[in-house]
Each structure stands twice: as C-alpha cells, then as structure tokens.
Design a protein around this ligand. Sequence first.
Ligand code: UDP
Length: 271
Amino acid sequence: MKWIKGDFLHKGKGKSIYAIQNHPALVWMEFKDDLTAFNGKKTSSFKGKGALNRDMSSLIFRFLKGEEIENHWMADVNNTGMVCRKLEIIPLEVVVRNRLAGSTARKFQFSEGRPLPSPLVEFYYKQDELGDPFVSSEQALAFGFVSDGEEVEFLKTQALRVNDKLKTFFDSAGLELIDFKLEFGKEKPEEVDGSLHRENLNSKNRFLLGDEISCDSCRLWDKKTGDRMDKDRFRLNLGGIEESYKKVHDLLYRSFPAVRFYEDKLRKDKV
Ligand code: UDP
C-alpha cells in the first residue's frame, strides 16, 4: 500500500500528525528527534531518536495486537512514520506502576524503586500548563473526561492487561518495567464509515490504545545492573541517553520472536 502524506494536523512534543490522502479514518504519525521533559520545560534532541521510538512503538503495538490488545497501529512508513487509526484522544494519561518512581515517589517521599503489592493504575489530566495534575476516577467522571463508570473500569482493566503483557515482554529482553503511561481515544464513526477500514470500528466504539509506547513513556531498568534505560537519563542528567535508547531498541528487536509470530499470523490470514 502506498501512503501519501496529506495536510498537517497537529504538532505534539515528540510527534507531528498529518492526514493521509484518501484515508480519512487514518493519520500519519511522524516521530521527531526532540526530547522533552517536565511538561516541555526541559528540551534537547539527538539524531535518530524519532526512528528509534517509532521502531520500539511499532514493535510493541504489533506485539500487543498479537496478544489481542487492539490498538491504533496499522503500518510503518519510511524510517520515522507510522500509519495509525485516527483517534480522538481523551485528556487522560493512564499510568501503571509496578514499583514507585517519579512523581508518586516524590509526592509521598518514598524511595524510588519501592515495590508495590500489586500494580497501581493512576489517571493524570493531560495539560502541560497545569503540570498534568492527578485525577481521581470520580473527578474523571465529574469533569466529563469519560462518559460513565463502565468507561473508567475499561481504562483500568485495559491498562492492567497491557501491563501484564509488557512486563513479560520487557523481562524477556532483560529489562524491568517500572512504570509507563498510556493514552486512549475513540474513532469517529462518520470518518470510519465508508472507508476501507470500516471493519475496524469496534461495535461498541470502545476506547482504543493510541499514542506511543517507547523509552519516552516507560521507565525501564536493566534487570542485572539496575541502570535506568529510559528518559530518566535525560530528566536526571545521567548522560548516555542515545546509547540507552539504542540498547533498549536492539534488545527488544533481538529477543522478541512473538512479533514475528503475529506477522506470520497476518500472512496466514491473507491466504
Ligand atoms: N509519563 C509520560 N508522559 C507524561 C508523564 C509521565 O510518558 O507526561 C510516563 C513517565 O515516563 C513514566 C510514567 O509515565 O514512565 C510515570 O510518570 P510519573 O507520573 O512518575 O511522572 P514524572 O516523574 O515523569 O514526572
């Protein structure tokens, strides 16, 4: 399939979004080399970062599809592009924590790495100017970020399912998944209607997993050494950012046969 980049739609911190000609239900997500932290207050970049994050996100989304966790990934284009189902993203960051680190560790003055008895799901309001404040389930409902209790439950259950799959996924590459952030959205039925991808619209128009899953959105610690292998290297001025992103990328691509399994399944389905 030849995808033709259309109009520019949106500029994010790490990605830009474009339309795709003749495919109103899809978007072209372009991963950039920019690095940002602390809600955009600290910025940098390195050459090749966009390609590394695209590759990691693509591998993870394909793996999740193979595990029956539906998401927006459709195809990779060039070195830094991803064709995705177009979603209206809700303004909630859904964070899952296996150990305490970052903002929640700071808030309660607990040490980083403190284990949790079971994974913790938290919501944050996606609003850089406010510093992405914590949102309770009740607030998410009261402020209309979700329509009903069923949607809150869906987000929590789906985030925990993703955590289960990703913990094993990273573990097999020698990495411990400390925490991560997910974003969800819905497709617009009128855009999906009549398009080639109509069959993709889930019957209840439930939330679909979107955005990216990469070293920018996960905390990953080396299982043997405990070294931080993610954006904390940039946040905490630890150096070796580029090397860590590259190492995680290579470890995942080397050690993950399940994605090939998913692609085999796709090929078989076509026969
Ligand atoms: N995270 C993210 N984007 C954000 C905030 C957090 O991708 O805007 C990720 C972050 O990389 C970490 C997890 O979500 O893996 C939990 O982040 P936390 O709430 O601890 O915030 P932080 O310490 O990053 O401010």
